[in-house]
Design a protein around this ligand. Structure first.
Ligand SMILES: *[C@@H]1O[C@H](CO)[C@@H](O)[C@H](O)[C@H]1NC(C)=O
Ligand SMILES: *[C@@H]1O[C@H](CO)[C@@H](O)[C@H](O)[C@H]1NC(C)=O
Ligand SMILES: [Cu+2]
Length: 180
């Protein structure tokens, strides 16, 4: 009886832990995708309906013939300045991994699109049980310029190790209780 309870409890812990640490892919704008929006505030409305954590991925879905997605500074975002983006992704669907906590700013560099509302600002936070690699309060480094897939997989593998270590210690605790 006690064994069955402990097994059930362990399974519950494992399932809860795996699901809360899972990275999420967000399709920017939902089914509307990444276009000149019907209302200028569409992307800030969309962003306010979600919470973004380190390890999540933004998926920009757009017509590549007339749009792209660039990450820019707050100043360039505010002014719709398309002259000095960090990176420009021009193939849809574009996957942008959110590798560090901080504020991110995106716009479309096609003339006139940003000023008609094709711009997105989001804040990314550390997940509650996430990696502690960047100390709280330190300014986030500029948006990633390296290959998205490489940095994404290194984040998920370090998350995987942390997860494993935690699971092992929970397991050890339960076992030592069982045999004491
Ligand atoms: C999220 O997107 C990445 C590619 O950017 C893909 O490898 C991964 O399988 C996707 N995850 C989910 C849950 O759709
Ligand atoms: C983004 O991820 C999706 C799903 O994993 C994939 O189909 C698509 O090719 C990726 N986009 C790029 C530009 O690599
Ligand atoms: Cu555009």
């Amino acid at each position: 009886m006690a064994d069955a309870k402990i097994t059930a409890c362990l399974l519950g812990v494992v399932v809860a832990f795996l699901s809360c640490a899972e990275a999420t892919n967000y399709t920017v704008g939902g089914s509307e995708g990444w276009n000149i929006p019907s209302s200028a505030g569409a992307y800030s409305d969309w962003a306010s309906q979600h919470t973004f954590e380190v390890g999540d991925v933004l998926v920009f879905d757009f017509d590549s013939s007339n749009n792209d997605v660039a990450d820019v500074t707050k100043e360039d975002y505010d002014a719709c300045n398309t002259d000095s983006p960090f990176t420009v992704l021009s193939t849809s669907p574009a996957n942008y991994s959110l590798d560090t906590a901080g504020d991110y700013y995106f716009l479309c560099t096609t003339a006139g699109h940003c000023s008609q509302g094709q711009k997105l600002a989001i804040t990314v936070t550390e997940p509650p049980s996430g990696p502690t690699s960047s100390p709280p309060g330190s300014p986030p480094p500029p948006s990633p310029t390296t290959g998205a897939t490489t940095s994404l997989s290194s984040v998920s593998s370090s998350l995987g190790v942390a997860r494993l270590v935690l699971l092992m210690s929970i397991l050890m605790g339960l076992l030592s209780q069982l045999f004491s």
